[in-house]
Design a protein around this ligand. Structure first.
Ligand SMILES: NC(=O)c1ccc[n+]([C@@H]2O[C@H](COP(=O)([O-])OP(=O)(O)OC[C@H]3O[C@@H](n4cnc5c(N)ncnc54)[C@H](O)[C@@H]3O)[C@@H](O)[C@H]2O)c1
Length: 276
């Protein structure tokens, strides 16, 4: 986590709105990164946890409740990582151990967070759980690789667990499907600068920033959205309901009469289509 991270902005906004909270990240990220600096700024503590490790999560919830003096009102899952993307594996040549890791870190960790919280009865009635997703869960995006499958699973967990948690304890569970955003995770996606530009041109309201995502997340933590649950909520300036925009079309036309090798099935250098 760093100042660009969506979770960083959500923590700042929650603090501004008067919330008391605890922060977490993997033990390595806590040691090497900037999470402790944010904790100092927000006058709180960091509890290191690998979100794929149920023991760590148990400790995270117990220590959080101890520090906060009671049950928790809101939880943010803001985690994504794919070794297949990192190691530049093509989607038609995935390493399955890497795929297991992608799904565990980016999606199953969300189930683990909710299962652990429920077993400990760590979340207050009408509490709110939010995870961050991307539209590649529904539609195919060049370069998103196995993260698309992870996001589809993440959104499914929000529905399936949201049913149980809502019925039993009135806890809300939703995912926010955010615009492409310049962060460490975002920059890992192949052709990210072009994706950002395309989404900007396609969205009538323009791409949503990390800060705007944080504002939206706070509304879902608030009591004003008590009956919103099991939803995947698009926070993307309208992108997800667009087919073609004038701005994108005009840019496309500019390139139409130029030579472009992006249509070849097997480009000469054999590299260009590695992630399509
Ligand atoms: N940046 C974008 O374009 C974009 C768009 C839509 C959705 N999202 C989603 O937003 C969320 C936050 O990403 P971000 O863009 O702020 O990037 P980020 O890289 O700042 O945040 C990802 C965080 O996940 C943490 N993490 C990785 N493995 C972990 C583990 N095993 N346990 C606990 N934490 C772990 C990392 O340390 C990091 O702090 C992700 O779910 C991402 O997929 C991002």
């Amino acid at each position: 986590m760093n100042p660009d991270s969506i979770a960083w902005k959500v923590a700042e906004k929650a603090h501004e709105a008067g919330a008391t909270l605890t922060l977490t990240n993997t033990p390595v990220a806590v040691r090497m990164g900037e999470t402790n600096g944010l904790a100092e700024k927000l006058n709180t503590i960091v509890i290191a946890a690998d979100a794929t490790n149920v023991e760590d999560l148990n400790n995270l919830f117990l220590k959080s409740m101890e520090y906060l003096g009671g049950k928790i009102d809101f939880v943010l899952h803001s985690i994504g990582m794919s070794p297949n993307v990192r190691k530049e594996r093509h989607y038609s040549d995935l390493d399955y151990n890497y795929l297991d890791k992608t799904l565990d870190v980016s999606a199953i960790s969300f189930h683990k967070v909710m299962q652990t919280a429920r077993k400990l009865d760590a979340i207050n009635e009408w509490g709110s759980v939010v995870a961050l997703s991307y539209v590649a869960a529904q539609r195919t995006f060049y370069g998103y690789n196995d993260m698309a499958d992870a996001k589809a699973l993440l959104e499914s967990f929000a529905r399936s667990f949201g049913y149980i948690y809502g019925r039993e304890r009135h806890v809300r569970v939703n995912t926010i499907s955010q615009s492409p955003t310049i962060t460490t995770a975002g920059n890992g996606v192949k052709g990210f600068d072009r994706l950002l530009d395309f989404a900007e041109r396609m969205s009538p309201l323009g791409n949503a920033t990390a800060e705007e995502c944080a504002d939206y997340t706070i509304t879902l933590f608030s009591d004003l959205t008590r009956k919103v649950t099991m939803q995947n909520l698009f926070h993307d300036g309208g992108f997800s309901n667009m087919g073609m925009s004038l701005q994108a079309l005009q840019q496309y036309e500019k390139g139409l009469h130029k030579d472009c090798n992006c249509g070849d099935e097997i480009p000469a250098d054999g590299e260009e289509h590695l992630y399509d």
